[in-house]
Design a protein around this ligand. Structure first.
Ligand code: PEP
Length: 263
């Protein structure tokens, strides 16, 4: 099956977020993901694993050899200093990461991270030479109140620094109520939100709108990946639970194996 996607200049990205899961023994799954990616199972898509910081250095060799990117899941805004327990963007870079997830809803809610803090950390990622995957998304109550776009719009404007470029920024739209629940928005709702995000990026970061990748995240699995990844302006996926096994993660990434990206 070969299809054309209605996008240009945006290489699809499938990123796994292992969250606080994974010991060294679990790198066997990462190795399988690397082998499958090197064998072309993700097609033209870029594959990135955002592992716990403790596993980054151990995963560098196989990821580099396979062309799989590594990412962290959070960073502090400062490059170093008296911040016990924190990890800086520079440390992630030094450990082999090229990406970092910022503003994930689990950190916004569980660690009280507001938009200004996410923006500061996004700037820290840029300073260290990392690409920031900035997460935005509404809660169930906000969607039901008809506020989803207003919330996502204010998260974008508040969290994304004006100097962001398509090389340094990826947006992940992750409705909070879809994360880890098995629920997903309708394809129409996803299309509307991704279009809204692209328009908002144009307003906030004039001139780069068409090249910034916008991922969908929230209960992506092999059985729904194909329809989700075909939604206009969905440039890939941020995958939580299903990224923990090579079988499920590659079941998602392999959607791109037979898709050609329109030039
Ligand atoms: C996430 O936490 O970023 C995520 C998308 O989780 P899940 O795929 O498990 O819903």
């Amino acid at each position: 099956m070969t299809e054309w996607l209605s996008r240009s200049e945006r290489r699809p990205l499938v990123a796994g977020n292992w969250k606080m899961n994974g010991l060294r023994k679990d790198l066997a799954e990462a190795d399988k993901i690397c082998a499958a990616t090197a064998a072309g199972e993700a097609g033209e898509a870029e594959v990135v694993l955002c592992l716990p910081a403790t596993l980054l250095m151990a995963a560098v060799a196989s990821c580099e050899a396979a062309g799989v990117g590594l990412g962290g899941q959070h960073c502090h805004g400062a490059p170093n200093g008296p911040f016990t327990g924190d990890v800086s963007a520079e440390m992630l870079k030094d450990a082999g990461a090229s990406y970092v997830i910022l503003g994930h809803s689990e950190r916004r809610a569980g660690h009280n991270e507001g938009n200004a803090s996410v923006r500061e950390k996004t700037r820290a990622a840029f300073r260290a030479g990392l690409t920031a995957i900035v997460c935005v998304g509404e809660t169930r109550a906000e969607r039901e109140a008809g506020d989803a776009m207003a919330i996502v719009g204010s998260q974008l404007t508040g969290s994304v620094p004006g100097e962001a470029t398509p090389e340094t920024l990826v947006i992940a739209y992750e409705p909070v109520w879809a994360i880890g629940t098995g629920l997903t928005p309708t394809l129409k709702d996803i299309a509307e939100m991704h279009r809204f995000i692209r328009e908002r990026l144009e307003a906030d970061l004039s001139g780069v709108r068409d090249r910034i990748r916008i991922l969908y995240g929230g209960s992506v699995k092999p059985s729904n990946a194909a329809e989700l990844m075909r939604v206009p302006n969905v440039d890939g996926a941020l995958v939580g639970g299903a990224s923990l096994t090579a079988r499920d993660f590659m079941g998602i990434a392999s959607v791109y194996r037979d898709l050609r990206v329109a030039s």
